[in-house]
Design a protein around this ligand. Structure first.
Ligand code: NAP
Length: 354
């Protein structure tokens, strides 16, 4: 640390070393290892966060396997969801105080307005150091305060799955009590979509694969649940439940496998929001992927900081709590990756730090 930086940073009394995981992509779980992490020195408009909890998303497996749209930088600290306490601030910081409990944005520079291709290129836990570490260094513009009623484990669940489900339901216009929302898939995105749609007052129909999951989705707020294994023609069941009209918005958190059925279940002028990732090979496609219907189809990518803050205000107002499946200690982070990949978790897989 230069003398100038010492003078300008606030809250950093001593350089206590921490531990960071690092990811070497394309090596499976063997690509995850630990190293000593020096406490970062915040530059102007940066903060250092002492991490308390972090959680896994499907993208973290894709980054490990090399199937994400962008490559992970070799050696990067992985994971983009997390929560912690601001312990040091560089000069000029106004968006966070020492001691604040904060999370961070998905994108380093997308704060508000529409996303551009350039804004999508810089991501924490992919080509900027992420949250599976003792410390994370954030630009102050990336700081997002978390709803106060949430535990650390719950607050570490919001950045990716929570926010993309929120953006799907609120942009370009929010759904409301006059609307029916269909959720497809019950990973964290689908679970948040049910919770958010319920908060926004919409009727919710959900597609899932087992009676046990169906019961849990009902408890989260789904008004009706259709089991896709028992009812392979689930799009017809959704039309039957909506007097043949279809739903106003679909949150499709699966992808190309379910898209034709999602389209078929959508009402005139309804929207299908595609969140589930298409695999590299899309297989057979009909000439008209919209099936001749008058529906909007948006593929979306998480959300801006402004979207995140809007979501958190509503979460705090309604007391929503994210669904947590399992919590692992930091030393067992690789076991958390394994369970996330193979264990069919219901809710977020969280890693807590001592
Ligand atoms: N665009 C973005 O910004 C963004 C952000 C976050 C995630 N994503 C993507 O969104 C997808 C969902 O992520 P996630 O974390 O919620 O969950 P996930 O762990 O990928 O789970 C998806 C769910 O889809 C359902 N499913 C799986 N195979 C299916 C099939 N053949 N037919 C129908 N349903 C099937 C399963 O639910 P049931 O057993 O209940 O059917 C499963 O739990 C992933 O592809 C992820 O990469 C995109």
């Amino acid at each position: 640390m230069s003398e100038g930086q010492k003078a300008m940073s606030e809250g950093q009394k001593q350089n206590a070393n921490g531990v960071a995981y690092q990811l070497e992509p394309l090596r499976g779980f063997d690509g995850l290892s630990t190293r000593v992490q020096e406490m970062p020195v915040p530059g102007p408009h940066q903060v250092v966060v002492r991490v308390r909890a972090t959680s896994l998303n499907r993208r973290d497996i894709m980054l490990m396997e090399g199937t994400y749209p962008m490559p992970a930088r070799p050696g990067v600290v992985p994971l983009v969801d997390g929560v912690g306490e601001v312990i040091a601030r560089g000069s000029g910081v106004t968006r966070a105080a020492l001691g604040d409990r904060v999370t961070g944005t998905y994108y380093v520079a997308w704060n508000d307005g529409p996303q551009t291709q350039a804004l999508g290129q810089e991501q924490y836990g992919a080509n900027h150091e992420g949250w599976l570490a003792t410390y994370v260094l954030l630009d102050e513009d990336s700081v997002v305060h978390v709803p106060p009623h949430l535990t650390d484990e719950e607050a570490a669940a919001l950045t990716c799955a929570g926010l993309v489900a929120w953006a799907a339901l609120t942009k370009p216009l929010p759904v409301g009590p006059a609307d029916t929302v269909l959720t497809v898939g019950s990973g964290p995105v689908g679970l948040f979509a049910i919770q958010h749609a319920t908060m926004l007052g919409a009727r919710v129909i959900s597609i899932t694969s087992s009676p046990e999951k169906a019961e849990r989705l009902r408890k989260l707020g789904a008004d009706e649940v259709v089991n896709r294994k028992q009812t392979p023609e689930w799009e017809q069941a959704v039309l039957d439940l909506t007097d043949g009209l279809g739903v106003q918005r679909v949150v499709d958190a699966v992808g190309h496998l379910t898209l034709p059925k999602s389209l078929a279940a959508t009402a005139y002028n309804g929207d299908v929001v595609l969140i589930g990732a298409f695999p590299a090979e899309r297989g057979q496609e009909s000439a008209d992927p919209l099936g001749g219907k008058y529906v909007g189809l948006r593929r979306i990518a998480v959300g801006s900081r402004a979207d995140f803050e809007s979501m958190n205000r509503t979460i705090a107002e309604h007391g929503l709590r994210p669904v947590i499946d399992r919590v692992y200690p930091f030393e067992q982070a690789v076991d958390a990756y394994r369970y996330f990949e193979t264990g069919d978790p219901f809710g977020k897989v969280v890693i807590t730090l001592p």
